[in-house]
Ligand binder design. Structure first.
Ligand SMILES: Nc1ncnc2[nH]cnc12
Ligand SMILES: [Zn+2]
Length: 346
């Protein structure tokens, strides 16, 4: 895990380290680090083509989203019992504590565990224990997003939505992840209609590898109020205007975009153009175990590669609170925490 006092960070990132922050785009399976992966594989006798942490990490070399997803689903296949899910969640929430991520919204993808015969009740048993400890330990605020796999049929997602009914209160929202290009938002209209009826907030990955039109479709057909990634909006000036006017949040993941070759380098990323145009841009880590950094390292990269200013950093952090799936009084309380920090650390 990162060290918040890392001397190699620039001055803005060092100032951000103790600032209260939110993270809204984090796949819990993407936080499974190589040592834990190997430990759980050994525990369950799962054979992997990697014998050491170095060998696992050498495989973190992706040419696109699919090349990453192949390793990501292999990694998640070692998660088998409630104790595994407890450790997984505990590891990530410890990052939140160290990096002052006071509110996080975490994507849980129960369809991933079904081939191993692991039911949602087992997953949530482990997660609940870790979340309860973090809440009572240091007041951690956590939301879970029930996230569906778009490379599988909508009928499978609908079956999982129903299976999640007894656990409705565990989740604040639904999301849509996995391979984007061949699996457009239009395929999931019934799912989103059903989820809305059940009172879930709605978000979806769109415009990561897929075109800007997928962002439009997610908004119009699925009625999402937030977009995960959304960086391809830069190709559609009218859409940019609409996103800015409606303050539709984009949960942008800078290191992920470079590791998955959405951009050749961070210097090509348009994150600050989007921010200056009035879009509600937030910063997130996506799959930190695989992409070389947690939330703070994403900010550090924006500072070192794109010269992020203090003002830009505060806008990004404030947007994280604005974009959260929380009641308005809870958002106001987070904003007060931020104001207090800024007053004490001008
Ligand atoms: N960056 C990403 N895009 C789509 N699905 C994902 N699942 C985990 N990470 C993802
Ligand atoms: Zn993602």
């Amino acid at each position: 895990m990162s060290n918040v006092t890392n001397d190699s960070y620039g001055p803005v990132t060092r100032w951000l380290a103790a600032m209260p922050k939110a993270e809204l785009h984090l796949h819990i399976d993407g936080s499974l680090r190589a040592p834990r992966l190997l430990q759980l594989a050994a525990k369950h006798g799962v054979s992997l083509p990697y014998a050491s942490v170095e060998e696992v990490e050498a495989a973190y070399n992706f040419s696109d989203l699919q090349s990453f997803l192949d390793l990501y689903y292999l990694g998640a296949s070692v998660l088998r019992d409630a104790e595994d899910f407890y450790f997984l969640m505990q590891d990530y929430l410890e990052v939140c504590r160290v990096q002052n991520i006071v509110h996080c919204e975490i994507m849980v993808e129960p369809q991933t565990y079904l081939p191993q015969g692991v039911e949602l009740s087992v997953v949530l048993e482990g997660f609940d224990k870790a979340i309860a400890e973090a809440k009572s330990g240091w007041g951690q605020s956590v939301g879970l997003i029930l996230s569906f796999l778009r490379h599988l049929p909508e009928a499978d997602a609908l079956a999982m939505l129903e299976a999640a009914d007894p656990y409705r209160e565990h989740f604040c929202a639904i999301g849509l992840a996995s391979a984007e290009r061949d699996f457009p938002p239009a395929n999931f209209q019934t799912l989103y209609r059903e989820a809305k009826k059940r009172g879930y907030e709605l978000t979806a990955h769109a415009g990561e590898e897929g075109p800007a039109s997928f962002i439009r479709d997610a908004l119009q057909l699925l009625k999402v109020t937030r977009i995960d990634h959304g960086v391809r909006a830069v190709d559609d000036a009218d859409l940019l205007q609409q996103l800015a006017a409606d303050r539709v949040p984009l949960t942008v993941c800078p290191l992920s975009n470079v590791r998955l070759c959405v951009y050749d380098s961070l210097s090509e990323h348009r994150i600050f153009d989007l921010l200056e145009q009035g879009l509600c841009i937030t910063v997130n880590s996506d799959d930190p175990a695989y992409f070389g950094g947690d939330l703070l390292e994403n900010f550090a990269a924006l500072e070192s590669e794109l010269d992020m200013s203090r003002e830009q950093a505060v806008m990004l952090v404030r947007n994280g609170f604005e974009a959260a799936f929380l009641p308005s009084d809870a958002k106001l309380a987070l904003d007060e925490q931020l104001k207090d920090y800024l007053a004490r650390h001008p």
